[in-house]
Design a binder for this molecule. Sequence first.
Ligand SMILES: [Mg+2]
Ligand SMILES: [Zn+2]
Length: 209
Amino acid sequence: MSRRAVFLDRDGTLVHPRRYPSSADDLRLYEGIGPELCAVQQRGFLLVVITNQAGIARGLFTEEDLEAMNDHLRAELARLSVRLDGIYHCPHHVDGVIPALSISCDCRKPAPGMLLCAASDLDIDLTESWFVGDILDDIEAGRRAGCRTVLVDLGTEPPPTKPERMPHYVARDTVRALHVIQAIETREQVPDPDYRPSGWSGTRGEPVR
Ligand SMILES: [Mg+2]
Ligand SMILES: [Zn+2]
């Protein structure tokens, strides 16, 4: 039987947002996410990080630097008893400076390539899985892969104009996003029913249909 996953964006979703984090010191986990990630994991979901890292194509840091960041992320989560089942990254960007990486690829979100790859590698049923991210490119990637999606609303995103960028649910932070997933999975009432995403038109509360 295929497995289920909660896919997680890294920057702004697992760790505090920062422009082009390039070393382990730049990665600071959000407070309070450990127990929620543990609970999701105990429910049988794989935890897989899906991250655009165009800084590699832009020459801002290397694959080795990213590997060090990944080691740090795994170690910090392990201290909270959370085990990552995979970390997938896209190193590409069309405006990069490293020719081999300066391409239009199938993996950079909003494309679903990294999720499709993870699903194949880890035997994941995407339709039984979730994607949590802080921007609409995450939502689009998740939807195009067939996942349900939760936007962590950091107030950066305009209201979506295309259906494939419309999150299924919106939460004000990652802890609450993980609550939403658990609530849906246990058919409980979704928390924060009155929450309205900042700057959105008022009709797109939580849940978003
Ligand atoms: Mg992000
Ligand atoms: Zn790519």
